[in-house]
Design a protein. Structure first.
Length: 223
């Protein structure tokens, strides 16, 4: 590659990356969450595309555990079985919520995967798709375009979803708003990595959420 060609290539790449950074920040920054209590379960609003939080367990518990996660994040995938086991074990006592926080600058498919989960939720299969996406992360994390869509559609078929509806719903503006609303909430409390667990408004340290016994002890202390 000649020096001139290399300079042009560098400028083009810089422009693309700059656009990605701008779009990633701009989408969620357009949403005013200054009056939103991030620690509480969010009901459907116009800002969230009229889609509320996805809840696992007790809907009205005084103890709310929230995970801000990225479906393409390897650490999220690794920790998911433990977190979901806790959510299941405490389902009669606590409210568990998963919020989207796709790190789009390093995980190109994260937002598409979040859209797939939200589209499945339109057919009451959010948590089922949540599990499939994490369990099959290495199958779709490097796919692009049509190949990625085909993989997600195969999961929809596995869940007996209406595939045509699923594909249309993935591109809904309401789902895009829901994802951006989740991200805006995460940014409000200065989240910059995944997974991040928040218990009754308190961001838990890696030392706590990465240790099953310590996480359970922390939850028990709130009950």
């Amino acid at each position: 590659m000649t020096r001139t060609a290399w300079i042009i290539f560098t400028i083009v790449v810089a422009g693309i990356m700059g656009g990605l950074v701008y779009n990633s920040k701009n989408d969620s920054n357009k949403i005013d969450v200054s009056k939103v209590d991030v620690a509480k379960v969010q009901q459907p609003t116009a800002d969230s595309g009229n889609i509320g939080d996805h809840i696992y367990g007790k809907k009205d518990s005084n103890v709310v555990l929230i995970e801000f996660g990225d479906f393409q994040c390897p650490a999220c995938s690794k920790e998911n079985p433990k977190i979901m086991k806790i959510a299941e074990d405490y389902k009669d006592k606590i409210t568990f919520v998963f919020r989207n926080f796709p790190l789009t600058l390093i995980h190109a498919n994260a937002k598409s995967a979040a859209a797939a989960a939200e589209a499945a939720a339109m057919q009451n299969k959010y948590w089922e798709m949540h599990e499939i996406l994490y369990n099959n992360q290495t199958k779709w994390d490097t796919l692009k375009g049509e190949d990625r869509t085909k993989e997600f559609v195969s999961y929809a078929k596995e869940l007996n979803l209406d595939v045509d509806k699923f594909q249309k719903d993935m591109s809904l503006d309401s789902i895009n708003k829901k994802i951006n609303f989740d991200v805006a909430q995460g940014k409000k409390i200065n989240i910059n990595g995944t997974p991040t667990l928040v218990l009754n408004g308190q961001i838990l340290s890696n030392e706590i959420w990465s240790d099953d016994a310590k996480l359970r002890k922390e939850i028990d202390s709130k009950l």
